[in-house]
Design a protein around this ligand. Structure first.
Ligand SMILES: NC(=O)C1=CN([C@@H]2O[C@H](COP(=O)(O)OP(=O)(O)OC[C@H]3O[C@@H](n4cnc5c(N)ncnc54)[C@H](OP(=O)(O)O)[C@@H]3O)[C@@H](O)[C@H]2O)[C@@H](O)CC1
Ligand SMILES: [K+]
Length: 461
């Protein structure tokens, strides 16, 4: 996993003080990293339009123009005159080289957006919106310097933002690049070296970006094993029974040795899935909440009171009963609307989904602070998983998964890993990665996946 930072100004300052690197040097490295990436990947192309704002993001762009003008036909556009001393200096340098500054936007093979970086501090004005709209309309390779202009420091997009194919971000990964709202704008994210190794530039963080290598699949290494070696998951199937059945099928395909469905109704299940009406004696994990519908509160309370590892989803996030169990190490997997309900029930805040989506990290942090033992998995375009005030972001999700049943598959996967003795946080992380990485492998049209396709892909990971 890689560290994420809510802000990097303090990291830049630390570089000046601790490593005696000046702002000028950091900027030279920032621009050199962009120049290297562009030269390595696009030397076959001809023209580059570099669009600069008045701050140091713009200064990065002016520096880039100096580094690339002998290799490409560089068109440097200044949306406003430089304001900071370093951007004035960078402009002097390119003027001394005789580089042409264009006074209108026009298409180019590559566009580099250096309008605003981490200094965006107010809503975009009409001029900026027009510039970004024009750039977005060009059929070019689009590269954002540090952060696509229009995304603010907490990852919100108030009006529009530059639609980057690639974001080359300076020094370290910023949390703002990984919100759900930023997902359509950031493209591929690359970290530029600022003249010190990344691990020296970075400090401690409580936020992490998950990588595919963080996924630990439940491979079976033992030779002397039997079905009991791999646990027994109990899935509580409620009145909307499809949810529990989808979860059960996913769980069995993800390695639990035994699986029993607890249901009052007689269900038509595959023969390898057992059905009972009470918790199995050797049960090693419980998955509940999906499609619960109407239920007997006392029965659910009894289940919640057991010490068996649990994953809880869906309907239980609307019942205050859940608040009695938030001091336990259980996995909760709400989608945004369910999380709003949970936040209200546990008296953290009363907000709507729009407010939550605008501030996902903030509310997950607040919840985790109040309930450090809970493993929370907040669904979304970028899933956030938290425990004990540490946050992990999974950005592998795609619109392929935007379907009824996807969440039930995830519940089954987490339940399956819990049954196989994964720690709750590890189960949530590996199951979430398996869920999203499998969906990426699905090769038919991206609107067509059904839960059984997803389970098939997961079995092939
Ligand atoms: N520090 C370092 O060592 C390194 C820094 N680096 C680079 O610096 C970048 C940060 O630079 P920054 O702080 O100058 O901010 P930046 O994003 O250029 O914007 C500020 C300017 O925009 C203006 N402005 C803001 N919002 C506006 C709006 N809505 N509409 C209109 N104007 C608006 C604002 O105006 P003002 O607030 O003064 O009115 C100000 O003039 C960072 O992202 C990275 O690329 C790298 O080189 C690595 C080394
Ligand atoms: K930018």
């Amino acid at each position: 996993m890689q560290k994420l930072f809510d802000e990097v100004n303090s990291l830049d300052k630390r570089c000046y003080e601790k490593f005696f690197l000046s702002e000028d040097l950091l900027m030279e490295h920032a621009a050199s990293s962009m120049a290297l990436y562009i030269s390595e990947n696009y030397l076959h192309l001809n023209s580059i339009l570099i669009v600069c704002g008045s701050g140091n993001n713009g200064a990065d762009g002016i520096t880039l123009a100096r580094l690339l003008h002998t290799k490409f036909n560089v068109k440097l556009f200044l949306a406003s005159s430089p304001k900071s001393p370093i951007s004035e200096l960078q402009l002097k340098r390119v003027e001394a080289l005789g580089l042409e500054i264009v006074d209108a936007l026009s298409p180019a093979d590559i566009i580099v957006d250096c309008l605003f970086g981490t200094g965006l501090n107010k809503p975009l004005n009409e001029d900026s919106i027009n510039i970004i709209n024009t750039l977005n309309s060009y059929d070019s390779i689009k590269i954002a310097c540090d952060i696509p202009s229009g995304i603010n420091n907490i990852g919100q997009v108030e009006s529009i933002a530059f639609e980057a194919d690639i974001t080359i971000t300076m020094g370290a990964l910023k949390t703002s690049l990984f919100t759900d709202l930023a997902k359509d704008y950031v493209g591929e994210i690359i970290v530029a070296n600022l003249g010190v190794q990344r691990n020296l530039y970075e400090v401690e963080s409580n936020k992490y970006l998950l990588e595919a290598s963080d996924m630990k699949l439940p491979f079976r290494n033992k030779k002397n094993a039997h079905k009991g070696t791999y646990g027994h998951l109990n899935v509580i199937v409620g009145s909307k029974r499809g949810a529990g059945i989808i979860a059960s099928k996913a769980a069995f395909g993800f390695g639990t040795g035994l699986l029993s469905v607890i249901s009052k109704e007689d269900l038509d299940l595959p023969y390898h899935i057992m059905q009972t009406d009470t918790i199995s004696e050797n049960c090693t994990a419980i998955a509940m909440g999906m499609g619960l519908g109407k239920y007997d509160k006392e029965e659910i309370r009894k289940l919640l009171n057991t010490d068996i590892p649990k994953i809880i989803d869906a309907d239980l996030f609307y019942d205050e009963l859940i608040c009695e169990f938030l001091d336990k190490e259980i996995v909760l997997t709400p989608h945004p609307k369910e999380f709003c309900s949970l936040l209200k029930l546990c008296k953290i805040t009363d907000i709507d989904v729009i407010e939550l989506q605008n501030n996902r990290f903030k509310y997950v942090e607040e919840f985790s602070k109040k309930y450090p033992k809970i493993v929370l998995l907040l669904k979304g375009a970028n899933v956030i998983i938290s425990q004990n005030e540490k946050l992990y972001v999974n950005t592998f999700g795609s619109a392929v998964l935007s379907k009824g049943g996807s969440g039930d598959v995830l519940s089954g996967l987490i339940g399956s890993l819990l049954a196989q003795k994964y720690k709750p946080l590890d189960a949530a992380i590996s199951a979430s990665l398996a869920h999203t990485l499998a969906a990426r492998k699905y090769s038919k049209n991206n609107y067509s996946m059904i839960p059984s396709d997803l389970v098939e892909e997961i079995r092939r990971l």
